[in-house]
Design a protein around this ligand. Structure first.
Ligand code: AMP
Length: 283
């Protein structure tokens, strides 16, 4: 039977009991409002581990001023049902006070990888992500943790953090889950009205266009990104934040496709900022 707990103490007690029985533990960190993308992470964790913990926490620290912290969608009842259906054993759903007590003043901050792509338009974002994920790792002490390729820079940043700080946790990256028409699933898709939802298809269309160019052997990054930008610009409701090809590990921009790379885009559809991407090694 799946449990939902709100305190660090309860998580620790449960995980301690599992570990004393020799069971392995997978962690799926989320901000809730769970959909099939999250479900695929839970499925993979349940396949690899004896027990799976899902954290469900809208982390205030990773939102900048003027971002959507207050309006971010929340639905704990739905989350509990979906997580249970997919085999989750424990949901950790803390209040912000439980995670950030008075006087909280320690941060995990990363340079280089966080200075490109989303880090440029969201300067405090990855400090919040690294700090909360470090805390979750210390609280749950999982054997493995699962992250979606949907947030490709986040996945690279977490892998790098685990390596830099010698965290003894295996990081598993999981494929992007899409709607049947191609749009990458996201909790933020709920912000889109009917017209915006249609317009949002330019993201996946441009990603598929970029993938095709790579498949056909194009090596000039500017040719690929220009073609993708042109496609996005044809949609009046879309405004490009970035369309870039970067080294898969360092997140630094490249000009020639001579190494494993990430092609990542961020596009505003009306007021909603959406992201999508592909790794060249998956093409
Ligand atoms: P979030 O709740 O948006 O912070 O996402 C929690 C985790 O689910 C992150 O590792 C995301 O990359 C992953 N995720 C979100 N959407 C998708 C998707 N469409 N496909 C695969 N993974 C996803």
């Amino acid at each position: 039977m799946m449990k939902i707990v709100k305190t660090i103490e309860e998580v620790r007690a449960q995980v301690k009991e599992w570990k004393s029985q020799g069971l392995t533990v997978g962690l799926v960190p989320t901000m809730g409002y769970l959909h099939e993308g999250h479900a695929s992470l839970i499925d993979t964790s349940c396949r690899d581990n004896d027990r799976t913990v899902v954290s469900d926490f809208v982390n205030p620290m990773q939102f900048g001023p003027g971002e959507d912290l207050e309006s971010y969608p929340r639905d704990m009842e739905h989350d509990a049902a979906l997580a249970q259906e997919h085999g989750c054993d424990l949901i950790f759903h803390p209040d912000p006070d439980e995670m950030y007590h008075d006087g909280f003043s320690t941060f995990v901050d990363m340079t280089v990888l966080t200075e490109e792509l989303c880090g440029l338009s969201r300067p405090v974002h990855f400090r919040g992500v690294c700090t909360v994920v470090s805390k979750l790792f210390n609280i749950v002490k999982p054997d493995r943790a699962y992250f979606g390729k949907k947030d490709a820079q986040q996945l690279a940043v977490i892998r790098h953090m685990v390596d830099d700080l010698n965290m003894d946790i295996e990081i598993v990256g999981c494929p992007i889950v899409r709607e049947s028409d191609g749009l990458a699933k996201s909790s933020r898709n709920t912000y889109l009205d009917e017209n915006e939802r249609k317009a949002a298809l330019v993201l996946s269309k441009s990603i598929f266009n970029g993938m095709e160019l790579v498949r056909n052997g194009e090596k000039d990054c500017a040719v690929i990104t220009d073609s993708m930008k042109k496609l996005i610009a044809s949609e009046p409701l879309a405004k490009i934040d970035y369309v870039k090809l970067v080294d898969m590990k360092t997140m630094q921009q490249i000009e020639k496709l001579d190494r494993p790379a990430l092609c990542a885009i961020a596009v505003y559809i009306g007021k909603t900022r959406l992201i999508d991407n592909f790794f060249t090694e998956d093409v």
